[in-house]
Unconditional design. Structure first.
Length: 89
């Protein structure tokens, strides 16, 4: 299992557009990996848009990304970048 924490730098938080891109990328590029996102006491399936949106991640909040199975290091690098980017609105 590959685990890393990220601080959200997008001023509008992790809203629908980046969440959709994250989920699509997780499902398409890493189908054999389990993707889990943790915020506080919430633990969700990172391959579900509905679950991602229920986290309500805001600017400067911290999330933890856990990847298991498949190419864990590559998945962590690619998917973690979504949390460290500013997305076009």
């Amino acid at each position: 299992m590959n685990t890393k924490s990220y601080t959200i730098i997008n001023p509008t938080g992790f809203h629908t557009r980046p969440a959709r891109l994250f989920v699509d990328t997780a499902n398409e590029q890493f189908p054999e990996s389990t993707v889990t996102v943790i915020k506080g006491d919430k633990v969700i399936n990172g391959k579900s848009l509905l679950h991602m949106l229920t986290l309500g991640v805001k600017y400067q909040e911290q999330v933890t990304l856990q990847i298991s199975g498949g190419d864990e290091e590559e998945a962590q690098r690619v998917l973690g970048a979504f949390f460290e980017a500013i997305h076009n609105e």
